[in-house]
Design a binder for this molecule. Structure first.
Ligand SMILES: C[S@@+](CC[C@H](N)C(=O)[O-])C[C@H]1O[C@@H](n2cnc3c(N)ncnc32)[C@H](O)[C@@H]1O
Length: 292
């Protein structure tokens, strides 16, 4: 991140500020029931960068990959494991695309919530409970990323001063869910939809899925090849023979959004390529190496 702060759009209502410099107010997540529209929730839950990975997501970005999967399933009733689902915007889409035809749907992400401390100056400090790092500070006028790695010397000198003002992490701080309110509601009503934490670098210890979907996580821009191979090995071991793996990369090519997706089938010794759209995932070569 070149500059680890932006304007909080809520504090400058009269100015038509572009997204590059002004962000939606992250403090809205503290009373998320009030954010009814999935797009508006996704815009706020996408503001975080946790351990080098951005949480960016939005509804409607996996239409072609989901269609590949729906065709391959041909009306069967799968157990779906959705890995790195962020706030679950795209899980809601796939659940809708499957209609009622699924036996179970696991919506998973390494981080499903943060902890928040607020103060009487209207500031919110948001912490990753896994390591107690303050990942974002929202004030009425600013949004600051205190854990960002910055190159410019003057910013590097300013950050320790800024970090000095951060209250130390306390695990008793209230939890702030990063999961779409609508998805939480679906999970409350439908026992087949389960939202749970899962780190893909560890083995999956839940029921065997028949389908794994992983989108915009196995990305060479923020994971070394060894980690991508470890993740695909874990997914290979989670799936039974004949199980499906859908990998999606959303990219911008010549200024236009492109959804690159590949569907693979788990065979005895590794994954077999079934079908791709828009050239397929950029990690196809890694995923096709022997899975065991
Ligand atoms: C760019 S978002 C993609 C969200 C969604 N799949 C989509 O395509 O819109 C990547 C997500 O992966 C999650 N993540 C990062 N490392 C992970 C790991 N080791 N295991 C599981 N999830 C992880 C992040 O928390 C983040 O929500």
């Amino acid at each position: 991140m070149r500059v680890p702060f932006r304007l909080n759009r809520a504090g400058w209502p009269a100015l038509p500020l572009p997204r590059r410099i002004a962000l939606p107010d992250p403090r809205d997540l503290l009373s998320s029931e009030r954010i009814a529209a999935p797009d508006a929730f996704a815009a706020r839950s996408s503001l975080f960068v946790l351990r080098g990975t951005t949480r960016s997501t939005r509804p409607g970005r996996h239409r072609q990959g989901d269609a590949l999967l729906a065709r391959a399933l041909r009306g069967s009733s799968p157990v779906v494991l959705d890995v790195g689902a962020a706030d679950g915007s795209t899980s809601l889409d796939l659940i809708a695309a499957l209609g009622d035809r699924f036996a179970a749907y696991y919506v998973t992400d390494r981080t499903l919530s943060l902890r928040a401390r607020t103060d009487d100056r209207g500031r919110a400090f948001l912490y990753d409970a896994e390591d107690g790092t303050c990942v974002l500070i929202a004030t009425p006028r600013w949004v600051v990323y205190p854990a960002a790695e910055v190159r410019a010397g003057w910013l590097r000198r300013a950050l320790p001063w800024l970090r000095g003002g951060i209250p130390p992490f306390d695990p008793a701080y209230p939890e702030v869910s990063l999961v779409q309110p609508r998805l939480r509601e679906v999970a409350r009503r439908d026992a087949r939809v389960i939202v749970r934490a899962y780190n893909v670098l560890e083995p999956w210890d839940g029921p065997a899925p028949t389908v794994v979907k992983i989108a915009n996580l196995l990305n060479r821009a923020f994971l070394p090849d060894a980690a991508i191979r470890r993740a695909t090995r874990n997914l290979f071991r989670a799936l039974p023979r004949g199980g499906l793996l859908l990998v999606i990369d959303n990219r911008v090519v010549d200024g236009r959004p492109v959804e690159k997706a590949s569907l693979l089938e788990r065979d005895e010794g590794g994954f077999r390529h079934v079908e791709s759209v828009n050239g397929g995932t950029e990690i196809l070569d890694l995923a096709l190496r022997r899975g065991g």
